[in-house]
Write a protein that binds this ligand. Sequence first.
Ligand code: ATP
Length: 205
Amino acid sequence: MKTIGLTGGIGSGKSTVSHILATLGAFVIDADKVGHEIYLPGKEAWHKVIAAFGRDILAADQTIDRKKLGAIVFGNEEARRQLNAIVHPLMFHDIARRIQEKRAEGFTAPIVVEAAVLIEANWLPLVDEVWVVVTGKSAVLARLAAQRGLSPQETEARIASQLSDAERIKYAHVVISNDGSLADLRTRVMDEWQRLVDSSPCRAR
Ligand code: ATP
C-alpha cells in the first residue's frame, strides 16, 4: 500500500486532511512533530545546530529555543539554508525509519507524510504519491484570522516565504481543492482514499 506525501501552503488544510485520512485508517507522520523530536537535547541535530549557530540559541533547560533560532534565520537566506541543510536530511532519515518500522509491524493501509516542505526539503523519494492541498488566498486569510488570530499581513508574509501553489502542483499526483466546506473536503478525500484502496494489491480492511 502506498505512502502519500501531503503538502500545501500555510493554512491550506493539510492537518485537516491528515485527520480525515487518519479516521479512514491511515497512519500519519507529521513532519512538524518529527522536527521537534530531532531537536531534543543530545540528539545529532541538537549538536549540529549548536555547532553552527552557537549556544546562545539554547534555553535555560538546554533545549533549542526555536524563537531565538527563528530570529536568526528569519530574513537571512544563508542562515536558513544552513539550518535546512542540517535538519532536512536528518528528518528524512527519521521519517524513513518511521515508515519502515510501521510496515515491519505489518501495517498495510496507506501511510501519510504531512509536510509543508515536502518538495523543498527533497523528501519526494520517501513517498509514492504527492497530494497537494490548494486553497484560495481569501479563504486562507479568513480561516487563519478566525482560528489563529493572524493578521492578513502576517499570513501574506508566510505565504510569500513558501513555494507557490503553481510550483507544488507540478509535483502533484492529486490536487485537493479546499475552498468549500469541511463536508466537501471530506467527500473529496474519501474519493481519493477509495481510489487508493481499490488500486492496492492487498486491500486495506
Ligand atoms: P499549517 O500550514 O499552518 O500547518 P494546515 O495546512 O495544516 O496549516 P489546517 O490547520 O488543516 O491547515 O487548516 C487551517 C485552519 O482552517 C484550521 O483552523 C482548519 O480547521 C480550518 N479549515 C480547513 N479546511 C477548512 C474548510 N474547508 N472550511 C472551514 N475551515 C477549514
